[in-house]
Design a binder for this molecule. Structure first.
Ligand SMILES: Nc1ncnc2c1ncn2[C@@H]1O[C@H](COP(=O)(O)OP(=O)(O)O)[C@@H](O)[C@H]1O
Ligand SMILES: [Mg+2]
Length: 219
């Protein structure tokens, strides 16, 4: 079973060919890293997986189905542009997101995540008053509330210090152990090597490499 399938997907913006005839299969329960320099098409691809953008051509399926409606409750998303709801307080924001996602109160989950990410000291602070790294951790929690089956993380490690990078990396590994599929983008090959089961390398919208970590390291 694949969590995500892209078949010959193409996306243009005006005259820019952002994603060019891309095919990709993400096995359920794996961690799949998208790696490539800025402007290579990672975010555009992730946004198509999320049904934020429609491809010009080709087909995308999540868990074997074509996307329908707007937001899929099975999918959690950490967008590249952070900083939603700057005026809300941390805990209040996460309670709100948790209920929105799952239709039920997720307060114990919120507290457990705040503790895990060492954010218990700033639960009453407004999001706009957090450091970049703290805000990123809060947004990561927002993405995982409601136990998504598929987690899409756009540059989750950018701007994090080594300690927080490690906390986040372990959290991603635990989510996979709990059965989630994780797709994330990075421009850091070392991070991809430490985390991924599969690596997909993209350059100028085209697939350069795609395979298991060990197969790619061998090449
Ligand atoms: N909403 C948009 N409108 C116009 N061009 C876009 C838009 N989003 C991305 N692009 C262009 O598509 C290409 C791929 O961008 P992107 O997917 O953001 O790359 P990456 O995430 O790998 O840095 C770039 O040339 C970028 O300028
Ligand atoms: Mg991007």
């Amino acid at each position: 079973m694949n969590a995500v399938e892209l078949d010959h997907v193409t996306k243009t913006f005006g005259t820019t060919l952002a994603v060019d005839d891309l095919s990709l299969h993400v096995p359920a329960g794996s961690i799949y890293g998208f790696i490539g320099p800025n402007g290579s098409g990672k975010t555009t691809t992730l946004r198509m997986v999320l049904n934020i953008f429609r491809p010009d051509a080709g087909e995308i399926r999540l868990f074997g189905e074509r996307p329908h409606g707007s937001r899929d409750a099975r999918v959690g998303y950490l967008p590249e542009e952070r900083g939603l709801y700057p005026r809300m307080k941390v805990r209040e924001f996460l309670w709100f997101i948790g209920e929105l996602r799952s239709g039920q109160a997720r307060r114990p989950d919120v507290d457990a995540w705040l503790e895990r990410f060492e954010l218990t000291g700033c639960t009453e602070r407004k999001i706009e008053a957090l450091s970049k790294g703290m805000a990123q951790k809060v947004q990561f929690i927002a993405a995982v509330l409601g136990e998504p089956k598929l987690l899409v993380l756009d540059e989750p490690f950018s701007g994090l210090d080594p300690v927080n990078t490690d906390v986040l990396r372990r959290a991603v590994l635990d989510l996979r152990a709990g059965g989630a599929t994780v797709v994330f983008s990075t421009h850091d090959m070392a991070m991809a090597e430490r985390l991924c089961d599969f690596i997909f390398m993209i350059f100028r919208g085209r697939k350069v490499l795609d395979g298991t970590l060990t197969a790619i390291q061998d090449r």
